[in-house]
Design a protein around this ligand. Structure first.
Ligand SMILES: [Zn+2]
Length: 424
């Protein structure tokens, strides 16, 4: 069973074939969720999996599940990712996870290999969160993180709701999202960071996803004439924010190497050449794999607000607007990924994901794990995103072997429990 091998050429061919759907001049993909292009790639996915004998079900958030039966009547082992992209997305973010899953399934079909559990290839809706916020909404509703009706009422920039867009492309399925038990979920994804490439490793064994928090802060001073106001009489809100940006950077460095801290958005008011800024709004983004460390980082950040701003005559108001706890993937699933990489003769490194993924939400309702492959320069959410044919193939091979490994564990557990059941 360990000699089953995915076909690298075929996987690469399908990555390039589907990249044309929404393909951009610079070699990327613009395939926003629930657009006509999304429908096109969904139709392609449905046709391709049905050709392999799969039964495709669609839930009422547009989640697609292409199922190949197993020998037992147990919940499926799901594999997949997402087919939507950013407006200037690359060819691999999401697509690799779905198409590698398809290739793994096809390898099983062609070998006539029967798994114990059914295998399902999944395409989650709106992972990117570009057209509709928040991100990972399909898997989020699936896992009970978001209310289905709330998600369906999200609007894009032109006022179209998620629900209406889903209806318009014909992918509001009959199954209620979330009423779909899984034995496990494995997601292959490009790393979207530089570690694997820098260390020359083939495979990232993803052990979890770091905790993330966002803080909206308003710093208030006083608008004043830049020429007529002496320095000692100013209440320059932007000066306070400049020092806070430096502090956020420092807080992350003080908790190296796992911590990151960023101020990526500021709104400087009135943003005029000859006015001392009287009010600035900014958002701080703090992340760390451990909630305990993040708590400490948060405490220092909060103290810094008054410590830095009071001497400048400024007041501050802060609100935590997002608090994502850390995710620890299932030890059995992670072990299956690790063994799969070893079996395939590939070098590995444990990684805690810096970005959110569908698997992070799915892990709340099913044992889950992720596999990372390198991407050139760590560049992602960019048309230049690149992972080689060999790297894609290595990821797909590990995905296949991890599924087979987990499937054997599952079969053994059921045998031990004395409940062999026939498939329906
Ligand atoms: Zn992605």
């Amino acid at each position: 069973m360990s000699n089953l091998a995915i076909n690298p050429e075929r996987l690469w061919g399908e990555l390039m074939e589907t990249a044309v759907i929404g393909g951009t001049a610079k070699g990327g993909i613009c395939r926003l969720t629930l657009t006509d292009l999304d429908r096109e790639v969904r139709d392609w996915f449905k046709a391709r999996t049905e050709t392999l004998g799969c039964r495709v079900t669609v839930d009422d958030m547009g989640g697609m599940f292409a199922r190949r039966a197993g020998t037992a009547d147990v919940p499926p082992i799901a594999i997949g990712s997402h087919l939507d992209t950013q407006p200037t997305g690359g060819k691999f973010d999401g697509a690799l996870g779905v198409l590698a899953a398809l290739e793994a399934l096809r390898t099983l079909v062609e070998a006539g290999y029967e798994t114990f559990a059914p295998i399902e290839v999944v395409n989650w809706t709106n992972e990117e969160g570009s057209r509709f916020q928040p991100a990972m909404v399909g898997s989020g509703v699936f896992a009970g993180v978001f209310e289905r009706d709330w998600a369906a009422a999200r609007t894009d920039r032109t006022g179209v709701t998620f629900g209406a867009a889903l209806e318009a492309i014909g992918y509001r399925g009959p199954e209620r999202c979330g009423v779909h038990p899984l034995s496990a979920f494995f997601e292959l994804h490009i790393e979207q960071g530089p570690l694997l490439e820098a260390e020359g490793r083939d495979i990232g064994v993803v052990t979890g996803v770091q905790a993330m928090r966002w803080y909206d802060v308003t710093v208030t001073g006083q608008d004043a004439h830049t020429g007529a106001t002496p320095m000692h009489l100013r209440k320059n809100a932007l000066l306070g924010v400049a020092r806070l940006i430096e502090r956020v950077h420092g807080i992350a460095l003080a908790n190296a190497p796992a911590a990151v801290g960023t101020v990526g958005m500021i709104d400087n008011r009135p943003n005029s050449r000859n006015v001392v800024p009287g009010e600035v709004l900014f958002c701080a983004d703090l992340r760390h794999p451990e909630a305990r460390v993040l708590d400490a980082m948060e405490a220092i950040f909060m103290e810094s607000l008054s410590e830095i701003c009071e001497p400048l005559g400024l007041t501050t108001q802060a609100e935590k607007i997002w608090d994502q706890p850390p995710v620890r993937f299932d030890p059995d699933c992670v072990a299956a990924v690790r063994r799969a990489a070893e079996l395939s003769g590939l070098s590995t490194r444990d990684i805690v994901s810096g970005a959110g993924h569908d698997a992070a939400y799915v892990s709340r309702v099913a044992p889950s794990a992720m596999i990372f492959v390198p991407c050139r320069g760590g560049v992602s959410h960019n048309e230049a995103e690149f992972t080689s044919k060999e790297q894609c193939a290595a990821g797909a091979q590990v995905l296949l072997q991890a599924v087979l490994d987990f499937d054997r564990q599952l079969a053994e557990r059921h045998r031990a429990a004395g409940e062999p059941r026939a498939a329906d």
